[in-house]
Design a protein around this ligand. Sequence first.
Ligand code: CP
Length: 308
Amino acid sequence: MTHFLDIHKTDPAALRDMINSAHAMKTARRGLPKGTTDAEQPLAGRMIALIFEKPSTRTRVSFDVGARQMGGQTMILSGKEMQLGHGESIADTARVLSRYVDLIMLRTFEEATLHEMAEHATVPVINGLTDASHPCQIMADIVTYEEHRGPIAGRKFVWSGDGNNVCSSWLHAAGQFGFDLTFTGPETLDPDPRAVEFARAKGSKVEITRDPLEAAKGADAIVTDTWVSMHDPESARERRHNQLRPYQVNEEMMARGNPDALFMHCLPAHRNEEATNAVMDGPQSVIFDESENRLHAQKAILRWCLGV
Ligand code: CP
């Protein structure tokens, strides 16, 4: 069974094939209306379940559109309206869904839920975000970086802010694709040490510093995310804002990076919090390309999982 559960659990050659496939499929669609189906229909006759236990705009729409472009059919399911984990075990839900659909994409809270789904499903499972990681986003972000600046290997990425699930997937990617990552943020919000260890063990230089302007020196890309993630309690909002304000990505910070450094953010953003409008809408920003590339990257992931 070919699941796409995490970047660090996927063979690096397969990851590279998916990135190349995403670039090729994007190029092949250039200039076509959005609703046009692809010349190749590798998902013809396939049914895809997209399950969301958390809100989503990009993941929901890009998977749905991508599957349809390749000839597949989709159903979007809300975790709240299913028996998932409350009326029925995750294992039994996985067994039942596997009788109806050819692939399951799951956005959920606990990483363990995703793994239980994958263990008991007899069809491929894709991680559409958990509290621990967001691999589809980072695959799209690698497509984005490389279409603007060429090979990502050997580059210096800077993550500023909360060492959250997206940061963990960046660290996994650093190890698998051979780039370096400097984290800058408050100590209480340091990234998952398992992700740091993975990247270092693979030979990436991972630095952790409390000084955002020092961190940004020589950056090829500066990346951030919201200060309060979907899984963080609302009661933590004020404390997090106070802790993270010094790590806002602004023009001063961007100016410390290389002149051709990119600004990246997976969105949704809280404008003028984690990054200023001037940076988000500035010439170095590729945030909407990242959103578009969710479509192309996930089409490649779907094909890889289904072997088509
Ligand atoms: N970046 C991302 O996953 O966006 P959504 O939460 O809108 O899917």
